[in-house]
Design a binder for this molecule. Structure first.
Ligand SMILES: Nc1ncnc2c1ncn2[C@@H]1O[C@H](COP(=O)(O)OP(=O)(O)OP(=O)(O)O)[C@@H](O)[C@H]1O
Ligand SMILES: [Mg+2]
Length: 240
C-alpha cells in the first residue's frame, strides 16, 4: 500500500514545491514508484519546476469533470524513471471538490504507487481539509522567520485535528550568516515551537532558484550535495 505525504506550509513561498519536486525525484531514485500531485489549485507550479509545461494536456479538474480518465492525466517524467506527475488546473480551483473526492482518489492511487507526494495549497480551512483528509503524513516547510514558524505551528495543530498523525518538518533557505543570532529563529527555537521531527535543512542556494526556473531540479544532479540532501530527506520521511 502506497503512502500519501503532504508537502505543506503555513505561509506561502517558503519552498513547498521545491521540496515536493526534489523529494519525489529522490524517492524515485531509490526505486520507488512515485506520483507527484500538484494540488495547489489555480497556482500550479510543478510543471514549471520539472520543465514539463508543454506536456500538460489534461489535469485533475478534467478527471473530476469526466473529460478524461485518471491515467490520461498522469504523465511520466522522462528524466527520472519511476516518477509520474498529475497537474491541477492552472487558473482555477476544481469546482465541487471536497474531502471525500480526494480521500477516494488517494485510496485508488495507493494501489498503483509506493509514494504519493502532494504539493499543497496554503490553507487552514476547507481546502486544507479537502487535500489532507485521508493522507498518511505531512512534511511542513518553514523558513527562519518568526511569522513562518508561528504559521507552521498553526498548520501542525490543524493537521493533527484532521487526523494526519505523522508530521515532520524541514527548514528551507537557511542562511549561515545568522547562525547564533536571535534576530531570526534558530534551530532550537523552531524545534521547540513545532515539537515534531526535523527531517532536513536546506540552505539558501542560488543553484536551487536557478534550477527551479530552468526546469531542471537539483536532485537530478548526480553526486551533488543537493541530491544527497534530498535523498536523506526522502529516506527520513519514508522511515516515519
Ligand atoms: N533553498 C532555496 N534557495 C534559494 N531559492 C529557493 C530555495 N527554495 C526555494 N527557493 C525559491 O523560492 C521561491 C519559492 O519557492 P517554492 O515555489 O518552492 O515555494 P512554495 O512554498 O511552493 O510557494 P507557493 O506558496 O507560492 O506555492 C522560488 O522562487 C524558488 O525558486
Ligand atoms: Mg508552490
Amino acid at each position: 500500500m502506497g503512502k500519501v505525504v503532504l508537502v505543506c506550509s503555513g505561509k506561502g513561498g517558503v519552498g513547498k514545491t521545491t521540496f515536493a519536486v526534489n523529494t519525489s525525484i529522490a524517492a524515485a531514485g531509490r526505486g520507488l514508484k512515485v506520483l507527484l500531485m500538484d494540488l495547489n489549485m489555480g497556482r500550479r507550479n510543478i510543471d514549471i519546476y520539472l520543465g514539463m509545461e508543454d506536456r500538460i494536456l489534461f489535469d485533475l479538474g478534467d478527471v473530476m469533470s469526466g473529460l478524461c480518465t485518471l491515467d490520461r492525466a498522469i504523465i511520466d517524467y522522462d528524466l527520472c524513471p519511476g516518477l509520474s506527475i498529475i497537474a491541477c488546473p492552472q487558473y482555477r480551483e476544481i469546482d465541487g471538490i471536497g474531502p471525500g473526492h480526494l480521500r477516494a482518489l488517494y485510496e485508488r492511487l495507493r494501489d498503483l504507487y509506493d509514494l504519493i507526494v502532494v504539493d499543497c495549497p496554503v490553507s487552514l480551512g476547507g481546502i486544507l481539509r479537502t487535500v489532507a483528509n485521508g493522507a498518511d503524513a505531512a512534511l511542513i516547510i518553514t523558513i527562519q522567520d518568526y511569522s513562518s514558524v508561528r504559521n507552521a505551528d498553526a498548520l501542525n495543530e490543524k493537521l493533527e485535528s484532521i487526523g494526519v498523525s505523522k508530521r515532520c518538518y524541514a527548514i528551507n533557505r537557511m542562511d549561515k550568516q545568522y547562525s547564533g543570532s536571535d534576530s531570526i529563529p534558530g534551530l532550537s527555537f523552531i524545534t521547540k515551537a513545532l515539537q515534531i521531527p526535523l527531517v532536513g535543512i536546506v540552505s539558501e542556494e542560488p543553484a536551487i532558484h536557478l534550477a527551479n526556473n530552468c526546469g531542471c531540479p537539483v536532485a537530478l544532479e548526480s553526486g551533488s550535495d543537493m541530491q544527497q540532501r534530498f535523498a536523506q530527506i526522502a529516506t527520513r520521511i519514508l522511515q516515519q
